[in-house]
Every structure is written in C-alpha cells, then in structure tokens.
Design a protein around this ligand. Structure first.
Ligand SMILES: NC(=O)c1ccc[n+]([C@@H]2O[C@H](COP(=O)([O-])OP(=O)(O)OC[C@H]3O[C@@H](n4cnc5c(N)ncnc54)[C@H](OP(=O)(O)O)[C@@H]3O)[C@@H](O)[C@H]2O)c1
Length: 334
C-alpha cells in the first residue's frame, strides 16, 4: 500500500510517501480501505517527538488518528461489520495510523459512517468528536440551561464542541479572533470574545464549566471565570514539559503524577473539579451516537482545507500554524 511514513522525529520533511507492507487484520480487526483521513495537532506533536510518554511507537511509523473508509476484510471474530460496510474511527494511537491506503482497526473502535456526508467530511469528525464528547458528556456532564466557556471555538475540537453543547441547550461562550466571530456564532455560540481585543476573564460572568484546550497561561486564567465548584475539562494538561524528552515509561509516570497533583490541588484550593480528557476510541457507544447526530442534522463537519495524501507534509505545516478554522482533511482515495 501507499502510506505516509515518518522516518525520524522532527519536521514535516521527515514524512515520506512510499510503499509499505499491507496491514493484516487480527481476529477482532476490520481491514479498512482508507478513503479519507485528517491531520490533528496531536499528529505534529507526535511527529516532533513531544508525545513519547503517551504514544510509545517509534519511527519508522505511520501517523494519523482519523479515518473514513470501507471494510475490505474482517478477522475471524468480528461480529459487527461485513466487507463493504462504510466505517469511521479514531483508532488507538498504539497501532500504525490512518495516513495510508489501508489500516487494520479493532472493530470496537469503529462505527458506521454517517450516510448524509462524504468520506472526506466524515474523516474529520471522530477524534474531535470523541474528545468533545469526553469533555462535555463524560467529564463536565453538561445540562441544558448551564453556561460553558469553550476556548478556541473555531478550532477542530471547538467547532464540534460548540455544536454538541448548543444542541443540548447549553449557553456557549467562546474565544477566537475577530475573523472567526461570525463563523462560531453560526455553529451555536451565544457569546464570542475576540481574544485579540478583550480578556475573557474580564468580560464574562462566572461559568458552570469550561472546555480548555490551550494550556499554559490561558488555562490558568480560565480558572478565574468558573463558578465555585465549577467543572474544568482540559485536553491540554499535556505531558509535563519535563517529561517530553524522557524515556516513555518515566515520562508516563511523571505525567500521571503531575496531572494527579493538579487535579487534587485544584479541588482542595477552590473546589473546582478538573477532568483531564483523553478521547476514548469507543465505536459502538460514543462514536455511533456521534454518527447518528450528524445524520440527524445536529452536527456538521467543517473543513478548512483539503490536501491529497501526497501533500501530507504541507497539511502538517498548515495545521501547525494554529490558524485552522475547523479541520484539515486528507483525501486518500478519490
Ligand atoms: N487530550 C486530547 O485527547 C486532545 C484531543 C484533541 C486535541 N487536543 C489538543 O487540544 C488543542 C486544540 O486542538 P484543536 O484541534 O482544536 O486545535 P486547532 O484546530 O489547531 O485550533 C486552531 C484554532 O485555535 C484558535 N486559537 C489560536 N490561538 C487562540 C487563542 N489564544 N485563543 C482562542 N483561540 C485561539 C484559532 O483561531 P484564530 O485563528 O481565530 O486565532 C484556530 O481557529 C491542541 O493542543 C490539541 O493537541 C487534545
């Protein structure tokens, strides 16, 4: 098969399009012919070697954590899918990724593709959808009528999270630059704070919950707009900076200790409940529900730019600018 192979941790030039061995489906796997995939910030972080404590694979490796495609073979113990089924997934980061013509995925990480949208659109939804779901449904357990601040509402996670929250009757405030204000309003945000002009902590009333994805100073300042006992779902507590160059086992340990310290410390100090969220690759439950919501017209895919697989390095460069509005899609099969 053709695949984008990362040969060494480093810049986008380390990605090369080449022939690679076809994956073989294990007993519980479906073999998926990839029609489309996407680039998420996690991909360039892994490419740079910044996720060694979480993604334990080493180059040469295939990146990519989103797919929409068609099942072309099934393992002996697969029960939910048959050859010819259209599926989506954000598969485990512990196995070869989706930036290739074929990928083998455990069937429990797959859901049926929404029928109302293209493969290209469908491939932009699994990772951000499962992440937003982890934050708002599993973590903060948002209810209709509550208030929520979503940081970076115009990004991949933000565009999905705004729609998920708004469709559940949550009052959404979000940050982005002025050029994206109209866009996030069209997704369901009621209040937009242009971070280039205003400080959100100075203009917003206290919120029931926050979805925080920027980390650093923005994460710290976000705490100031939470009601007492509020919920703080974070997808960017990230690996502790010290852990990024350690060996994977030590890095993993340091990250767990640092994160637990933050969660417990914050609760003791202010009563805030912190939910560090990592997307769960749950096909039959969460991802199937997401697929149904798309077909019900409650959530739409937002593609900023599309690249062919052969230009994956440029897709990484674009994603790394931090200016993506929605998602970067990758076309693998026309
Ligand atoms: N833990 C997990 O499971 C998980 C899952 C997914 C993502 N993440 C992490 O979450 C972060 C966000 O991911 P993403 O896919 O949403 O990123 P993204 O799509 O690259 O975000 C780009 C958006 O961020 C906005 N932005 C940039 N600086 C901002 C600021 N200071 N304030 C408000 N908005 C700002 C930009 O809007 P403007 O152009 O208007 O500035 C742009 O639309 C990444 O660090 C990613 O690695 C974690």
């Amino acid at each position: 098969m053709r695949a984008a192979v990362l040969h060494a941790f480093g810049g986008p030039e380390q990605l090369s399009i080449e022939e690679a061995p076809d994956p073989v489906a294990g007993p519980r796997d479906v073999l998926v012919q990839v029609h489309a995939t996407s680039v998420n910030p996690i991909d360039f972080k892994v490419r740079k070697g910044y996720q060694r404590g979480a993604v334990w694979r080493r180059p040469p490796m295939i990146l990519g954590m989103d797919v929409s495609g068609v099942v072309v073979a099934t393992g002996a113990r697969v029960t939910r899918f048959r050859v010819g089924d259209e599926v989506i997934s954000s598969p485990s980061h512990m196995r070869p990724g989706t930036n290739a013509e074929l990928v083998a995925i455990d069937e429990k990480e797959c859901a049926r593709k929404p029928t109302s949208i293209s493969h290209l659109e469908a491939a932009t939804l699994p990772l951000v959808g499962l992440t937003a779901w982890g934050c708002l449904v599993d973590g903060a357990k948002m209810k209709a009528g509550e208030s929520l601040l979503i940081q970076a509402g115009s990004g991949g996670v933000g565009t999905f999270a705004i729609q998920l929250a708004a469709t559940g009757g949550v009052h959404v405030a979000t940050t982005c630059s002025g050029r994206n204000a109209e866009f996030v309003t069209s997704l369901g945000a009621e209040t937009v704070i242009d971070y280039t002009k205003d400080k959100f902590e100075e203009v917003l009333p206290p919120q029931d919950a926050i979805l925080e994805c920027m980390g650093g100073d923005i994460a710290k300042r976000s705490m100031d707009v939470l009601k007492p006992g509020g919920r703080f779902a974070s997808i960017n507590v990230g690996l502790d900076a010290r852990a990024q160059r350690m060996n994977p086992y030590l890095a993993f340990g340091v990250t767990i200790v640092a994160t637990a310290g933050f969660v417990i410390g914050t609760f003791i100090k202010s009563g805030t409940k912190v939910y560090p969220v990592v997307r769960k690759a749950d096909g039959p439950g969460r991802l199937t529900r997401i697929s149904e919501m798309v077909d019900a017209g409650q959530i739409r895919a937002v593609i900023d730019r599309t690249f062919p697989l052969s230009e994956i390095a440029d897709a990484h460069r674009y994603c790394e600018t931090g200016r993506v509005r929605g998602k970067v899609a990758i076309e693998v099969r026309q």
